[in-house]
Design a protein. Structure first.
Length: 64
């Protein structure tokens, strides 16, 4: 189930890519979902597009 305020999207992904994402996420102490979101934000930033962090109910920014 998606977190409140977040869009849910089914993703079809190559199993070898998924395996690498799992390893990277584990190294960064993140879920695969959080790792994908982090990588997407990083890629957008390289293109000059900044996306504001999602605000949680307690008013804090989302942790990576």
């Amino acid at each position: 189930m998606a977190s409140p305020g977040k869009k849910s999207y089914p993703l079809r992904i190559d199993p070898a890519l998924w395996e690498q994402l799992q390893r990277l996420a584990a190294n960064d102490l993140r879920s695969v979902n959080a790792e994908i979101e982090f990588l997407l934000r990083e890629a957008l930033a390289r293109r000059g597009i900044r996306v504001a962090p999602v605000r949680q109910e307690d008013g804090s920014d989302e942790a990576p």
